[in-house]
Design a protein around this ligand. Structure first.
Ligand SMILES: NC(=O)c1ccc[n+]([C@@H]2O[C@H](COP(=O)([O-])OP(=O)(O)OC[C@H]3O[C@@H](n4cnc5c(N)ncnc54)[C@H](OP(=O)(O)O)[C@@H]3O)[C@@H](O)[C@H]2O)c1
Length: 275
């Protein structure tokens, strides 16, 4: 497959670049192409003519999106539409990375792909609007929603917890947000498989199982053999600019249709810590 990765310098992008052996993979950063610039996007894609475009480029600072709304919508909604239009012109297939934050978190059972979007944050809104726009411009595209990414090559939750735990006797971590931690290595592998299988429509792709951030932090500290006490606190006690869904577990049913089975997040965490 001839694959182009947009957002190749990001957490997921780096894993995608490592995954693509056997394929002809090109990866671009925002320096190579700014997805907000429709003409630049068109020129780059017309020149490269990939069969598949994996769109992992985004403005992912969820709190930053609240204070930089124009930037959030320009990169996360308008950018993907520029890419979709260019993809359509050259006949390329597109897989777009979206987020669990398109949901409001009021569910008590895992979200299915056709559950109603009701984002609570600007980041979530920008992703939800991108999804709707993409389905109009390129109805056959694939939208891969994922959540709680961790991996090598960028800032992520386990890395932050390990740094803090190394210097503090206790750590406060929120215990009222539940989701699915997802290892970039496993996600990259699943994305490559989705491309091979010609995936289309919305798919939920996360590691198996779910937990709260508190559970996740406790597992990280325990696995690293650290003595730090992890203490459960509420989101209210740790107020942040962007509201987060209380429950954003994504159902794996859509992925199972492609016969792709994701490893459990605890197993993924052990592999990450050992890497
Ligand atoms: N991280 C998570 O927990 C999470 C959860 C759910 C969904 N997702 C989605 O998964 C995807 C990958 O996330 P990530 O955590 O790997 O992101 P990331 O580490 O923040 O990387 C973002 C990437 O996007 C590129 N980029 C930013 N603005 C751009 C622009 N205007 N034009 C072109 N490229 C631009 C960056 O390039 P530079 O290096 O040049 O800046 C970088 O390669 C995103 O779509 C994100 O929304 C992430």
């Amino acid at each position: 497959m001839k694959v182009m990765i947009l957002g190749a310098t990001g957490l997921l992008g780096k894993a995608l670049m490592r995954e693509g052996s056997g394929d002809e993979v090109t990866g671009l950063s925002s320096r190579d192409v700014d997805i907000r610039n429709a003409q630049q996007v068109r020129e780059v894609l017309e020149k490269a003519r990939p069969e598949w475009i994996v769109l992992a480029a985004a403005y992912t600072d969820v709190d930053g999106c609240e204070s930089h709304q124009d930037l959030a919508f320009a990169v996360n909604r308008d950018g993907p539409l520029n890419v979709a239009k260019a993809a359509k012109q050259i006949g390329a297939k597109l897989i777009f990375l979206s987020s669990d934050y398109v949901f409001d978190g009021k569910n008590t059972v895992p979200y299915e792909i056709d559950d109603t979007r009701n984002p609570q944050s600007i980041y979530g809104r920008s992703k939800a609007e991108a999804e709707l726009g993409l389905l109009e411009v390129l109805p056959e595209c694939c939208i891969a929603r994922t959540s709680w990414l961790f991996g090598r090559g960028g800032k992520c939750f386990p890395e932050t917890i390990l740094k803090l735990a190394a210097t503090r006797p206790t750590l406060d971590v929120v215990n009222d947000q539940r989701g699915c931690p997802t290892y970039t290595v496993d996600l990259a592998r699943a994305i490559a498989e989705l491309c091979r299988r010609g995936a289309s429509g919305i798919v939920h792709v996360t590691n198996a199982g779910d937990c709260t951030w508190f559970d996740f932090a406790r597992e990280i500290v325990k696995s690293a053999g650290l003595a730090t006490d992890v203490l459960p606190v509420s989101s209210q006690q740790m107020a942040r600019p962007a509201p987060r869904p209380a429950y954003s577990v994504l159902s794996p049913a859509s992925l199972q249709r492609y016969e792709i089975v994701m490893p459990a997040w605890r197993d993924a965490l052990q592999r990450y810590l050992g890497s």
